[in-house]
Design a binder for this molecule. Structure first.
Ligand code: 7RM
Length: 656
């Protein structure tokens, strides 16, 4: 990083204060085996897609999905409503299972699973096809038809994936709710979706303890009048209350059903799932995805970004309760015939080396995880990593937040042994799949940049006036043309879909993030639009100041927010967790460090040491809550997605 220059500002643009110079081209050995071997190859493919997106996606869909009936129209685009592959009939469960079995992969392991207590299971594509079919028959027996919504609140067991695929097989719509949410949150989502059936388990293991999921579900169901039945997987064997007539054991129902169930021939646009995301305030939005376009996009982006090879052992650490689990644990990799590793529990149980033990034990080749986890590993210490042989790894991925260059370097060196490319993948629940990422054999990486858009994706960076900003300047990240994986709407609230994503910049999809493009055309995500800090008329992005803080050896994690300041408009407040002990000198040292790294303008006025930062259950820092604390305000807005409520209380107590 070095000092930046240009602080002149035009309407709505964001200043950048960080310049990252390091460049990591893929090793020749990696490149030789990869699908895209050079920047030129990527560029040709990308340009062809831009030149004729209809021809591009039509060819992709014909080649990479199974069609019971071929589609007759590639795209019907009536902004903001897209319909893809009209007239076609397909099935996502068929594409994930039958298509692979028919292609000779029946005996290939589809899912390798490890429970937190250490038990392990391997399920082949043929077995998975049978399990899914059997459970699809259970769903039918319970009166579930195409279009009905099934609410899933389950631990990371193979049955969670089986449940999703069983819904897909018969055209039911799944709504997976992360098994850490409260009864209230489940009931809200069930009611919004009009869910007919609840799937859950007796409990799950987390850090060696049993969490009784069914008890939470019972509370939720007392407020979910649309739910008629509840199927309970026996996972932990604890005492579990069952309501006669409503509740059924999974294994009892399944044992009565046949293990064949032909996949329904579904219209391309038939709904596949709803996934709720919290808006920053207000009630959660049910993001709506449909069958063919989503399936194609998840499959192809998986193959491109993870450079899928037939013998890969691929591990995405995300829970199926998040979009990352939908697209890159289930639909993407299984459509591609990959072997997917699934782990039930915590990364620090029984010790901080659990992930590395798993990588070593199963010879994992591709690891896809989140910056929040990477920063935790750094904090826990290198000794946990060094105990294990990680030489099987060939590719690393990151998703969920920006990865600070310092954390990127650690991931590269300590986990990747300096030889594995890192794919920093930028995307959203709404986009269905990865939008920007290096193609690892083709695009040299820069720590902290998601590099380039994937084929068929046209990003634009615009200012408040809706005009594209100058190259190098930050602005709102928009997407200019429809893509098959895009959300089709918000469940039950089409007005909100229009308002939130398509109104501010007419004709373009508004992502809600800021970004800039550097002189090589690389994209840098600058954080959420709402999180921009305005210091003396200079609009600064959170990630750059945070990255400067994290580049100090004493810092584990940092979040910065603006707080009101009479002179500057806003001043920067930084919340910092440390690798070691706090001191007054360190506070001064950190301010100087930021000043030296990125300039006086970005120097925090206020540095608060804390033992933890408030995060969502998927590990994203909730800067909105820190903003209230920094400015001494009462908490406003929704806190239901907060992972650990005690963190907020502690932060408030820390205040003098
Ligand atoms: C996949 C997922 C979406 C938001 C998105 C960003 C942030 C995700 C990155 C990132 C910087 C990344 N879906 N985000 N990936 N920011 N670099 N590689 O996370 O719907 O849960 O969140 O997450 O702000 O808009 S999500």
């Amino acid at each position: 990083m070095s000092q930046n220059v240009d602080h002149s500002n035009s309407e709505g643009e964001i200043d950048t204060v960080m310049v990252e110079q390091r460049l990591f081209p893929p090793a020749d050995e990696f490149r030789a085996k990869s699908q895209f071997k050079s920047l030129e190859e990527y560029q040709q493919f990308y340009d062809a897609a831009v030149a004729d997106p209809i021809a591009f996606w039509s060819a992709q869909a014909k080649e990479h999905l199974h069609w019971f009936e071929p589609f007759t129209q590639t795209l019907d685009w009536n902004c903001p409503n897209a319909r893809w592959f009209l007239g076609g009939k397909t099935n996502a469960s068929y594409n994930c299972l039958d298509a692979n079995v028919d292609a000779g992969l029946g005996d290939k392991v589809a899912i390798v699973w490890e429970g937190e207590p250490g038990e392990t299971r391997q399920i082949t594509y043929r077995e998975l096809q049978e399990e899914v079919s059997q459970f699809a028959n259970v769903l039918k027996r319970l009166g579930i038809h195409a279009g009905d919504v099934v609410s899933i609140y389950m631990p990371m067991t193979p049955e969670l994936a089986i449940a999703m695929l069983a819904c897909a097989r018969i055209g039911a719509v799944h709504s997976v709710i992360f098994a850490g949410f409260s009864a209230e949150a489940i009931a809200d989502r069930n009611n919004d979706a009009g869910a007919k059936l609840q799937l859950t388990s007796d409990g799950l293991y987390r850090r060696g303890k049993v969490l009784p999921l069914k008890e939470t579900v019972d509370q939720a169901l007392s407020k979910s009048p649309t739910v008629e039945n509840c199927v309970v997987l026996k996972r932990v064997g604890n005492e579990t209350p069952m309501t006669a007539g409503r509740d059924h054991w999974w294994h009892e129902l399944a044992s009565q059903e046949s293990r064949t169930c032909p996949a329904e021939q579904l219209d391309s646009e038939s709904p596949l799932f709803i996934l709720y995301t919290s808006g920053s305030t207000g009630k959660p939005k049910g993001i709506r995805h449909t069958t063919a376009g989503y399936n194609l996009y998840a499959k192809r982006t998986f193959q491109w970004v993870f450079d899928h090879q037939a013998d890969d052992i691929y591990w995405c650490t995300a829970d199926c309760g998040w979009i990352t689990g939908h697209s890159y644990v289930v639909y993407g990799p299984l459509s591609a015939g990959a072997t997917v590793l699934m782990y039930e529990g915590a990364p620090n149980y029984p010790a901080e080396d659990r992930f590395w033990e798993i990588v070593e034990k199963y010879r994992v080749t591709v690891l896809y995880t989140a910056p929040t986890a990477i920063r935790a590993f750094i904090k826990w210490g290198d000794e946990h990593v060094e105990k294990h042989d990680l030489s099987s790894l060939r590719l690393l991925g990151s998703v969920g937040e920006g990865i600070n260059p310092q954390a990127w370097m650690w991931y590269h060196e300590k986990i990747g042994g300096g030889r594995c490319p890192i794919v920093d993948t930028w995307w959203q629940t709404e986009t269905g799949g990865i939008m920007m990422s290096p193609l690892p054999g083709a695009i040299a990486t820069k720590p902290g940049s998601c590099t380039k858009p994937l084929p068929g994706i046209v990003p634009k960076i615009v200012g408040e006036d809706g005009m594209e900003v100058h190259r190098g300047r930050g602005g709102m990240l928009c997407i200019d043309t429809p893509w098959p994986g895009m959300l089709r709407g918000i469940w039950g609230d089409e007005q909100r879909y229009q308002d939130q994503y398509w109104s501010k910049v007419p004709g373009m999809y508004l992502t809600g993030d800021n970004a800039r493009q550097d002189s090589d055309g690389y994209y840098w995500i600058m954080g959420r639009i709402d999180d921009v800090i305005n210091v003396s008329g200079h609009r600064l992005s959170t990630i750059e100041v945070e990255s400067a803080l994290v580049s100090h050896p004493a810092v584990a994690e940092a979040a910065v927010v603006g707080k009101p300041d009479e002179i500057k408009g806003q001043a920067i407040a930084a919340f910092v967790t440390l690798r070691g002990d706090a001191s007054e000198e360190l506070r001064k040292d950190l301010k100087l460090h930021v000043r030296k790294e990125i300039g006086a303008l970005a120097q925090p006025d206020d540095i608060r040491f804390t033992s933890a930062l408030p995060k969502t259950r998927s590990g994203k820092i909730m800067r909105r809550l820190l903003r209230d604390i920094a400015s001494g305000k009462e908490q406003s807005g929704d806190t239901s997605t907060l992972e650990d409520y005690t963190v907020l209380a502690k932060l408030r107590d820390d205040e003098e």
